[in-house]
Design a protein around this ligand. Structure first.
Ligand code: ZN
Length: 151
């Protein structure tokens, strides 16, 4: 069960990031990119990143069209993964995924404080794919798969 406080925070964060998305731009000299598509909702997001030779994400951005949850999630994701090593990003993604699907409680990583507002989607199964689309797309970019779909 989510408390009212968590629910209000969830709405605030989603409204704020949707209105004012962070890292919403193309990166011209990207090292990796992928296109994500969630046909259930119609969300389409492109994720760009620059990975340095120590496997640290130096820069990351996204563009695209989607519902408020998919855009807010992409915006928060790009803010938390910037400057992080890809093995840590994988850990965050798996924690985020488990939280969004209701498999596990949010982990102890400091970034989870910002990601846990999306725990609200566990009560809205159709929205889980919206919230996780940017993460799947980021993962596809890191795996050098150009296109992914959540179907
Ligand atoms: Zn959506």
């Amino acid at each position: 069960m989510l408390t009212n406080r968590t629910k209000n925070l969830y709405q605030e964060v989603i409204l704020d990031h949707n209105k004012n998305p962070r890292n919403y731009r193309e990166i011209e000299n990207f090292s990796h990119m992928a296109k994500g598509h969630n046909p259930l909702c119609g969300d389409k997001l492109d994720v760009y990143l620059i990975l340095n030779n120590e496997d640290i994400i130096e820069d990351v951005s996204f563009i695209g069209d989607g519902c408020a949850i998919s855009k807010a999630s992409a915006s928060v994701m790009t803010s938390v993964v910037k400057g992080k090593h890809i093995s840590y990003v994988k850990e965050l993604f798996s924690g985020f995924h488990d939280m969004a699907t209701g498999k596990a409680e949010p982990g102890q990583q400091p970034e989870m404080k910002r990601l846990r507002v999306f725990a609200g989607v566990r009560d809205l199964p159709a929205r889980v794919k919206c919230a996780t689309l940017s993460w799947h797309t980021l993962q596809a970019a890191l795996d050098n798969r150009e296109k992914i779909t959540t179907e």
